[in-house]
Design a binder for this molecule. Sequence first.
Ligand SMILES: Nc1ncnc2c1ncn2[C@@H]1O[C@H](COP(=O)(O)OP(=O)(O)OP(=O)(O)O)[C@@H](O)[C@H]1O
Length: 311
Amino acid sequence: MSAPGIVVAGLRKRYGATLALDGMSFTVRPGLVTGFVGPNGAGKSTTMRVILGLDAVEEGTALIEGKPYRGLRHPLNHVGSLLDAAALHPGRSGRGHLLWLAHSQGLAARRVDQVIEQVGLTPAARRKAGGYSLGMRQRLGIAAALLGDPPIIMLDEPFNGMDPDGIIWMRGFLRSLAAQGRAVLVSSHLMSEVQDTADHLVVVGRGKAIADAGVADLIAAASANRVAVRTTAATHAMRVLAQAGATVTAAGRDTITVSGLPADRIVTLLSASAVPFSEVSAHRATLEDVYLALTREALEFHAATPTEVSR
Ligand SMILES: Nc1ncnc2c1ncn2[C@@H]1O[C@H](COP(=O)(O)OP(=O)(O)OP(=O)(O)O)[C@@H](O)[C@H]1O
């Protein structure tokens, strides 16, 4: 039996002097939304193009249900993708665009109306696609990806250009595709976009995956043994706790996070130094925290953060 989903292993690719992919490896499993997240230039789009056989690599393999894209007899029945929502004929209606695609794949016109309905584009289906907003183009692109009813869906930055209602719709839609048992890979350079959507995250930096794990596990790891303190005297609190051996980070205007000391010891130390505080609680990391910690080292350009104080 062929392996389900997508398996990417050891991709290496150069563009001139730029090493775009440097050992990229990860797996996209059925029934899950996998967020593919990383800073601009990290290699997300290149990886997706390689998976679709649009770009060659010097090393490594990208397999769809156990085969390279070019080895699939009817690829669009295996994987549907949206790489560039702008790539459509502006003079054609949305429906006309999909009919043209369906025809080229030997699919029935009935399928076109089904996918238009699925992505909520019915009222605009007969209008010229050239007049569509970027959000509508994204919906049209997703409709095209669904035409062949593939078990794998791959979308590059589908949240781009979506208004808040569109983002909420997209999150629910991606979840429903995964709930149908499909493997869904969604790239974004913003962690907040995949929050509440992704079950699994592949975080990329400088051409490789720097994390490939469940969202719950990543949050638990980033939260481990850290305590959040709310105080109106953050600077004083940071000094006292750092002197006691803790590593302290400013997390917001009135909040610091502390590692290296248990909560009861923190309370004792702050009380002894007359530092006012209103709350001491176990810190729960956000996906944003996870992402920042993982990508800090991988960012090509970043400013030193002045907020960390340790003894
Ligand atoms: N056709 C190309 N020619 C030259 N360099 C390229 C080309 N495509 C990508 N690159 C380079 O390869 C690296 C990876 O780019 P890629 O577009 O895959 O990253 P990305 O993570 O998708 O970023 P973004 O979110 O900005 O699209 C970057 O340094 C980029 O400049």
